[in-house]
Design a protein around this ligand. Structure first.
Ligand code: GLU
Length: 367
């Protein structure tokens, strides 16, 4: 591991660390994290903090027992200030609050603007503290958990490492709370279904994440070339080991040939607004670099989308091939797909330009 080369890291802390009693915030577990952040900054490593805890921090202010969505949103609004204040008092440098939804990250312009703001803050010695804007999210707008959010933020701000704090030492081959013989996995080079199976459905009872969302986050981050760790955030030892250059938990190794920035955003952050169902010719054209991609083989267009939206390209049998930026709206593509003479699509593209441009296509692993 070449940890000495890290220029920028993202560290993600969950609600259980910030509001362990589910009754307002406590700095009990945050002191060692704050110390770690300070030591990183002293070494010249820029730090971005992703912190949960707004709902857990605000819960004690409400009489209602039942946590309906409007109550949780109100708890988040009230608890966010307490959460930020709890972190802020641990540092003698300024902190800044960044509240995001998935709608911000999947919009390319806003995504780039998040990066510009983070760059400016860290350059000015300010610690950005990011959380999902739970007060305004809806099912359609939200990321839903801060593990995935932290990976999107790490990619957006081009971090070298993502450190995800957990309540266990890392990823085990089975649930360590239930099995005494569970073994900690030291290092993972490839994330596949067998890795997800080890995580089971483990969910924290304070936040919304669990081991599954941590692995999803690791998958997003390593494909951007980001060193990712799941560590025990409740013990100072983890942070001392990281500072000493050792791996205190599970290390997910970054891909040797990471996706380019735009393809990563398209694959892991943007949401497909519709689908293009294509035939086998299109499939082989996709895998032959430089091949002209024509609309002649588009069988079906699903959903409504605009020029510039991300679409999922799949085969008739459901196999997902790619995510791509559509150069045309669904309305126009439906018209093209419906023409009986397939030559129409070729002629159309010869004069007006291709439906998908090769540089805006992210090939997906076949599944
Ligand atoms: N954004 C949520 C909060 O601040 C937490 C999400 C999570 O636990 O992952 O309470």
């Amino acid at each position: 591991m070449e940890r000495n080369n890290w220029k920028r890291i993202v560290i993600k802390c969950g609600s259980a660390l910030i509001a362990p009693e589910k009754n307002g915030c406590s700095s009990h577990y945050l002191l060692s994290i704050a110390h770690f952040i300070l030591r990183c900054r002293e070494k010249g490593i820029e730090v971005v903090l992703v912190s949960s805890g707004s709902v857990a921090a605000g819960a004690h202010l409400f009489a209602e027992q039942e946590r309906t969505l409007p109550i949780k949103k109100a708890m988040a609004a009230a608890g966010q200030t307490e959460m930020i204040a709890t972190w802020d008092k641990l540092f003698d440098f300024a902190t800044a609050q960044i509240l995001l939804t998935h709608a911000d990250l999947r919009d390319r312009e806003r995504y780039v603007s998040v990066r510009t703001t983070i760059d400016k803050l860290v350059e000015s010695g300010i610690l950005p503290i990011v959380n999902e804007n739970d007060t305004i999210t809806t099912d359609k707008l939200k990321v839903g958990d801060n593990d995935n959010l932290s990976a999107m933020v790490a990619a957006a701000c081009d971090a070298d490492a993502l450190i995800i704090c957990s309540d266990v030492d890392g990823l085990y081959d089975k649930n360590p709370h239930k099995h005494d013989d569970a073994k900690l996995l030291d290092s993972i080079t490839h994330i596949d279904q067998s890795i997800y199976d080890m995580a089971g459905g483990a969910v924290s009872d304070v936040g919304t994440g669990g081991m599954k969302t941590k692995i999803q986050a690791a998958e997003k981050a390593v494909s951007h070339g980001i060193d990712t760790f799941i560590i025990n955030g409740f013990t100072e030892l983890s942070f001392n080991q990281l500072l000493a250059g050792n791996n205190p938990g599970t290390h997910f190794k970054p891909h040797a040939a990471p996706m380019n920035e735009h393809q990563h955003w398209m694959t892991h952050t943007s949401n497909a607004q519709g689908e293009l169902v294509v035939d086998d010719d299109f499939d082989s054209a996709l895998t032959e670099e430089g091949e002209e991609l024509t609309g002649a083989s588009i069988i079906e267009v699903n959903g409504q989308f605009n020029v510039g939206d991300t679409v999922l390209v799949r085969k008739d049998d459901g196999t997902k091939l790619a995510k791509a930026k559509s150069n045309y709206s669904s309305c126009l593509l439906n018209f093209i797909a419906e023409q009986p003479d397939k030559k129409f699509a070729d002629d159309f593209q010869d004069t007006t330009g291709p439906i998908l441009s090769v540089k805006n296509i992210a090939i997906l692993e076949k599944q």
